[in-house]
Write a protein that binds this ligand. Structure first.
Ligand SMILES: N[C@@H](CCC(=O)N[C@@H](CS)C(=O)NCC(=O)O)C(=O)O
Length: 97
């Protein structure tokens, strides 16, 4: 099962949790705060920011936008982003905001 490293008060962590919920994907939340020395977390987030992530296939990486982009490509049944280029651009604008 995928692992999200972080705490839910972080909007970036909540974004990743919500993406999993929207796509009906299970995950485990491992509670760590940014800068934690937890070795699994450090392997997933080299800058020590939350969220870190370990995917089902064992690949580990940080950043909510990277995680959501990964999910959009690995879990294609339920899309988070619209198809049209203009609507996609606006979605990314709102995401960055
Ligand atoms: N671009 C990152 C930002 C993550 C981020 O800034 N998380 C905050 C917590 S809400 C953090 O870890 N801050 C610690 C730091 O900047 O060193 C993302 O989208 O995941």
């Amino acid at each position: 099962m995928a692992v999200i490293y972080g705490v839910s008060p972080s909007p970036f962590v909540r974004k990743v949790m919500l993406a999993h919920a929207y796509k009906n994907l299970p995950y485990e939340l491992k509670v760590v705060t940014h800068g934690s020395n937890d070795s699994e977390f450090k392997a997933a987030s080299h800058l020590g920011k939350i969220p870190g992530y370990c995917a089902d296939d064992g690949i580990a990486f940080p950043d909510s936008s990277v995680i959501v982009a990964y999910l959009e490509r690995t879990s294609t049944d339920i899309k988070l982003y619209p198809e049209s280029a203009s609507a996609f651009a606006m979605a990314i604008c709102y995401e960055e905001y």
